[in-house]
Design a binder for this molecule. Sequence first.
Ligand SMILES: NC(=O)c1ccc[n+]([C@@H]2O[C@H](COP(=O)([O-])OP(=O)(O)OC[C@H]3O[C@@H](n4cnc5c(N)ncnc54)[C@H](O)[C@@H]3O)[C@@H](O)[C@H]2O)c1
Ligand SMILES: [Zn+2]
Length: 360
Amino acid sequence: MIHLHVELGNRSYPIYIGSQLLSQPDLYAAHIKSKQVLIVTNETVAPLYLDQVRQNLTSYQVETVILPDGEQYKTLETLSRVFDALLAARFSRNATLIALGGGVIGDMGGFAAACYQRGIVFLQIPTTLLAQVDSSVGGKTGVNHPLGKNMIGAFYQPQCVLADTDVLDTLDNRQLAAGLAEVIKYGLIRDADFFVWLEENIEALCARDKQALAYAIEHSCRNKAEIVAEDETESGVRATLNLGHTFGHAIETGTGYGAYLHGEAVAIGICQAADLSMRKGWLTEQEVQRIGVLLRRAGLPVIPPAGLDTERFLELMAVDKKNLDGQIRLILLEKIGRATLPVYVERTLLESTLNGYGRN
Ligand SMILES: NC(=O)c1ccc[n+]([C@@H]2O[C@H](COP(=O)([O-])OP(=O)(O)OC[C@H]3O[C@@H](n4cnc5c(N)ncnc54)[C@H](O)[C@@H]3O)[C@@H](O)[C@H]2O)c1
Ligand SMILES: [Zn+2]
């Protein structure tokens, strides 16, 4: 088992990564504060892993909430079902909430834990690759609002993150690849050695080689943990995690949520950010190629949707959270392994990427 540590003073916590972690009662017991435990999961994950988790909790009063599956249910309305369950069971401030699922469940479970009686203990058991390498670490929790994604939320850190590589066996190839987009992102923004390792091991990852997956999850979480320790509330370096995301969000919104998975849209966005970084004179053409090739080998799309023209892209990118005063700010790459902080980009240069990259 790999054991990492997120250093946040008295809110520090461990990340456990490895095989068969779900069936180790001690890992749960070490972080549960009272007899009362609520497991929050969804219709897809419950039949796969709920029993396995419950088997470790026989000496506790365990309640479960099984939510419908999907980003469209990441709402305040769905969240109220979690509060209903906590109150109906008369759970106290010492109760523990376990979020068992992908990023949607992790974000909702964490936010419910942050709100219930002003904060109860919560454990993250991420079951998608994306959740294991990204969303379960760092304490961003929340739900969507009809007028904006993740607009209602809180920074609230878990007590621990339990990333069991075995659960990835049941994840479909598309979801696995979407997680790999975020993994590749860590190499690009701050870990050139890891990027090279990914170039050498991407086939093993796609084939779900357990050792390769554990290595990739470890290095992703290590990078994220270091960033979060330095900048918990995103006033600086944490913004680099958004490489490719402004383009990606435009693709997600512009094609209607659901056409592209988040990681797929981010993969295309990373390519666009790389192209723009080359136009800035930072990346070489060869580096841009390397990035595109690795993403493609991971099974990810790299060409922007034909239906989304430059004008629409600009419109959608202008509403991104990172912008100040209506100007578009982006994370770019100085080289493989080093990202910029958000930079203002000349409109003509941005247009040349939007018109030029992947449009032939
Ligand atoms: N908090 C953060 O810092 C942060 C970072 C990135 C993304 N997010 C959020 O994460 C969400 C996306 O997370 P996601 O990609 O995990 O999506 P998801 O939670 O919707 O999971 C994807 C699908 O896989 C299913 N699934 C989960 N585990 C499975 C397993 N082991 N086997 C088979 N199927 C399984 C889910 O039920 C779902 O259908 C978004 O809401 C996004 O906003 C948050
Ligand atoms: Zn992302």
